[in-house]
Design a protein around this ligand. Structure first.
Ligand code: SAH
Ligand code: ZN
Ligand code: ZN
Ligand code: ZN
Ligand code: ZN
Length: 441
């Protein structure tokens, strides 16, 4: 029968892989009793990237534990963050002609190391501008399931930055948003009056070559693991203290294949960290957050954060053909901003067609028509949706009401078969591993 994988969450005393504490899962088959529980890597969906696996009730011998520890140690980066910071200091002292970046190792090279990399491709004359935009210098990680990096277009990144500065935020906790972080850092270094700061939390350790320990923490957002231990955790905690009334916002753009419940659990821990920094107490307030994620995850996100609402703004990416805001025949990006801020405060650009709906008290996309019956602007994907009187709700324009199924669905479907659909996008006909919304062309 069909099997399902359920996440039981971060468990106390969980064994560790190189990516920190593993998560506890259970595989259930329909019609069967409780499935057997097991631990697997939190960060990697693909066994090829991390094959950590252990049954919850498995007895692990001393020898295997020791071997595992040794394995985890040997799978840490070859330089520490501290070493990388020192290397950077030396690197910027070099004349342009001696500044090389190894493309194969994705590493800034000091002259003494050239020989070791002589058979690798490298870039020369690395400028200060390049050092200030590492997301352009580094290859976006490609792994589809584990760590695909989709970088914001300049348009989307500028929009986010303006939005949050206009809202009065002065500190940005950038969780998996290296390009936003980089835009903030470079503006801060160039413009006297720009007083926004950012701390980047990301699993991509390559960034430690460009940022100090106060600017970057090696972090796993699926298990809230700080690779740098207590010192890194403290850096984050200090950053969240709103000294001098500098208000903090968390902005996160996690990999879409990721487990929503694991992400939500980590974000709640970051929010708790923020709440605990406040001496007078933030009472029951939630740390202001932008969670950038596809619209088809709306109900999943609201399950964990009922205070959130989804904005119509379409976030697009440079290296994702599917999610690009094209000039002609514009393809609509399915990626949105979920936030716990009051929707009416999120001003969307009118020059891109967004307009304010006075009834809904929020900005909506140009195609999103206010439905008088639902009394709301109901489109999720930017196209104009239509109201079905039988379903008593608005549905996608491509759907028809099927009298057999007693609901609206695609015209081509087999009646009565409720295909459970893809885990990622919810559409029928493919599994999560083959989801077209995760692949790029
Ligand atoms: N649009 C963003 C990048 C989003 S891509 C920007 O332009 O800034 C997803 C980001 O999450 C990448 O930077 C990736 O390195 C990071 N990431 C992926 N898995 C992660 C994990 N387990 N923990 C923390 N960060 C992770
Ligand atoms: Zn792992
Ligand atoms: Zn409306
Ligand atoms: Zn309607
Ligand atoms: Zn219908």
């Amino acid at each position: 029968g069909p099997t399902a994988l359920a996440l039981l969450g971060p468990a106390p005393g969980a064994p560790c892989c190189p990516h920190g504490p593993a998560l506890l899962f259970v595989k259930t088959s329909q019609g069967k009793e409780e499935g057997r529980r097991f631990y697997a890597c939190s960060a990697c969906r693909d066994r090829k990237d991390c094959n950590f696996f252990q049954w919850e009730d498995e007895k692990v011998s001393e020898a295997r534990l020791a071997a595992r520890e040794e394995y985890n140690r040997s799978h840490q980066p070859c330089f520490t963050h501290r070493q990388n910071v020192d290397r950077y200091k030396n690197f910027v002292l070099l004349p342009l002609s001696k500044r090389r970046f190894c493309q194969e190792c994705q590493q800034l090279l000091l002259p003494a190391e050239w020989k070791k990399h002589s058979h690798h491709q490298f870039l020369c004359d690395i400028t200060t501008t390049q050092l200030k935009s590492p997301s352009q210098l580094l290859y976006p990680l490609e792994n589809k399931k584990t760590n695909a990096q989709y970088l914001f277009t300049d348009r989307s990144c500028q929009f986010l930055l303006h939005l949050l500065t206009d809202l009065g935020f002065r500190r940005v906790l950038s969780v998996g948003t290296p390009r936003l972080h980089e835009m903030i850092q470079s503006k801060a270094s160039q413009e006297e009056e720009f007083n926004v700061r950012s701390l980047l939390l990301d699993i991509d350790f390559r960034y430690s070559q460009f940022y100090t320990e106060d600017e970057f923490c090696h972090y796993n957002m699926f298990n809230h693991h700080f690779f740098g231990g207590e010192a890194a955790r403290e850096t984050c905690r200090k950053f969240l203290c709103e000294e001098n009334g500098e208000r903090v916002i968390m902005v996160t753009d996690p990999p879409f294949g990721g487990l929503v419940e694991a992400l939500a659990s980590s974000f709640k821990k970051l929010m708790a960290m923020w709440r605990e920094t406040e001496k007078e107490g933030h009472d029951n307030r939630e740390m202001p957050t932008f969670w950038i994620f596809p619209y088809f995850f709306e109900s999943r996100i609201l399950d964990f954060f009922p205070s959130f609402s989804m904005m119509d703004y379409q976030v697009d990416y440079d290296n994702h053909a599917l999610y690009k805001h094209g000039k002609t025949g514009r393809r609509q990006s399915p990626v949105r901003i979920f936030t716990n801020l009051t929707p009416s405060m999120i001003v969307l650009p009118e020059e891109e067609g967004y307009r304010f709906c006075t009834v809904c008290q929020r900005y909506v996309s140009s195609g999103n028509q206010h439905c008088e019956i639902c009394n709301s602007c109901t489109s999720k994907d930017g196209r104009r949706w239509k109201h079905c009187v039988l379903c008593k709700k608005c549905v996608k324009p491509s759907w028809f009401h099927c009298n057999n199924c007693k609901c609206c669905t695609l015209e081509k479907h087999s009646c009565g078969k409720s295909d459970s659909g893809c885990f990622v996008c919810g559409k029928a006909g493919h599994k999560r591993s083959a989801c077209p919304s995760l692949s790029r062309s």
